[in-house]
Design a protein around this ligand. Structure first.
Ligand code: FES
Length: 115
């Protein structure tokens, strides 16, 4: 899989809205791998960009991962919603299942890197 090596710099904390989210993709074909970072307040988390329902990427074509009120993650394929902090599906066809967490670190100079 095209999963990035630990220590791969993704973006600056200030590149994310609050609330906000941003996706990052690596590789292609069978090596394709995608993750997204979501920020709400002091919390910055990352998940594998794959919905536990039909295993598509979650984002809408405009790189949108959040509901319009910024309160939850939403899947652009069938509209499932996920709790930002836990990744647990709260509404939709994969109710109760979870997004896969992805390890990240925040550097002292406020950049986000793969963990
Ligand atoms: S693929 Fe996400 S809700 Fe169906």
């Amino acid at each position: 899989m095209g999963q990035p090596a630990p220590g791969t710099r993704l973006c600056a904390v200030t590149d994310l809205g609050d609330p906000g989210a941003r996706g990052f993709s690596f590789g292609s074909g069978r090596d394709f791998f995608s993750l997204f970072i979501v920020r709400r307040g002091d919390r910055i988390l990352a998940y594998v960009n794959q919905c536990p329902h039909a295993y598509t990427t979650l984002d809408y074509p405009d790189d949108r991962f959040l509901t319009s009120d910024g309160e939850e993650i939403i899947c652009g394929t069938h509209g499932a919603r996920f709790d930002i902090d836990s990744g647990r599906c709260t509404l939709g066809p994969c109710l109760g299942r979870r997004l896969t967490p992805f390890a990240i670190t925040i550097t002292p100079d406020q950049f986000i890197e793969t963990g």
